[in-house]
Design a protein around this ligand. Sequence first.
Ligand SMILES: CC(C)(COP(=O)(O)OP(=O)(O)OC[C@H]1O[C@@H](n2cnc3c(N)ncnc32)[C@H](O)[C@@H]1OP(=O)(O)O)[C@@H](O)C(=O)NCCC(=O)NCCS
Length: 98
Amino acid sequence: MYNELDRTLFQSDGRFLEIFQLWVHPDYRRAGLATQLKSKLEEEAQYHNVNLIYTHTEAVNDHVIELNKKIGYQEVRRGPIWDDIIRVSLIKQLNVSN
Ligand SMILES: CC(C)(COP(=O)(O)OP(=O)(O)OC[C@H]1O[C@@H](n2cnc3c(N)ncnc32)[C@H](O)[C@@H]1OP(=O)(O)O)[C@@H](O)C(=O)NCCC(=O)NCCS
């Protein structure tokens, strides 16, 4: 599936960071925890000179897509991956020194 994405989005050494299966306890949702966690992830990626974070989610998860777009992710693919479920692939590109 990664081969379907534009190669030029990725840095030359091919490294990138993925995040999946984010889960916040229902009692603590809408308090910015997922946003904070993803912000921390960006710091970690930059620390390791990785310029791209990748995630995907089922297309029915509008709130997850909204969350990601709000913090600068862009949709790069929409379609089935390993089964018939439509999944939306999103990436965030970061400024790094390499
Ligand atoms: C998705 C999930 C991780 C979000 O965690 P969270 O800590 O509540 O998210 P945040 O507080 O950082 O939300 C940031 C923004 O995302 C959007 N958002 C998040 N949850 C939303 C919801 N249920 N409905 C609508 N928008 C939502 C909002 O724009 C929100 O900003 P706002 O609260 O100021 O309106 C959490 O709802 C969860 O664990 N859900 C069940 C598991 C899941 O679906 N995981 C994703 C698998 S791909």
